[in-house]
Design a protein around this ligand. Structure first.
Ligand code: FE2
Ligand code: FE2
Length: 186
């Protein structure tokens, strides 16, 4: 029975050394050199986090609609659409960099069953997102991938805007009381 070679890598490298010794040009790795290839795991972590945000906002949208707080539901839908756009951007970039978008990770969304609890849970999620995007921008700079960096910065700006909106609502609740605030959201 013939033996399958145990170490293909060693055989290939011996062949390449022989070619180099003979003066035959050694073939280089084919395909474009993409600087951000190493960023794929980071981008996949961000992608999973965006899916969690989508789940959370989907739940909050449904609950708010059911409560009849149409204006609040509309604002949540805007955030939801932003997060959907973010998953598209990240997944496309991952694919472009030669990776596979991770779509089967476990998602641990935190649903709030009251409006203040929803705001608290969403704020925690958004604050975590801003931290994660800021950290990933540093990674993109280190990888010298300007295009990915700019994409991450633009998403980070959206998350920062989400925080601004949530904290504005929380401030209104504090000033006018929850009951009065909810009347304005019908
Ligand atoms: Fe997002
Ligand atoms: Fe967000």
């Amino acid at each position: 029975m013939s033996q399958v070679p145990q170490n293909i890598r060693a055989i290939v490298s011996q062949a390449l050394e022989k070619r180099a010794a003979e003066g035959t040009p050694v073939p280089q790795e084919s395909g474009p050199r993409i600087p951000g290839k190493a960023l794929v795991p980071v981008l996949n972590t961000l992608l999973t986090s965006e899916f969690v945000a989508i789940h959370q906002y989907t739940g909050h949208y449904a609950i708010l609609k059911n409560f009849g707080y149409e204006k609040l539901a509309k604002y949540v839908l805007e955030h939801l659409n932003d997060e959907r756009r973010h998953t598209d951007m990240l997944a496309y970039r991952i694919a472009f960099l030669g990776g596979t978008p991770e779509i089967s990770a476990a998602l641990d969304a935190s649903l709030g069953m009251t409006v203040p609890q929803m705001f608290a849970n969403d704020l925690a999620k958004e604050e975590g997102a801003v931290t994660a995007y800021n950290d990933s921008v540093v990674e993109a700079v280190n990888a010298k991938d300007t295009v990915t960096r700019e994409m991450l910065e633009s998403i980070c700006k959206d998350e920062d805007h989400h925080i601004d909106e949530i904290t504005t609502y929380q401030g209104q609740i504090e000033q006018m009381g929850l009951g009065q605030f909810l009347v304005t959201q019908l």
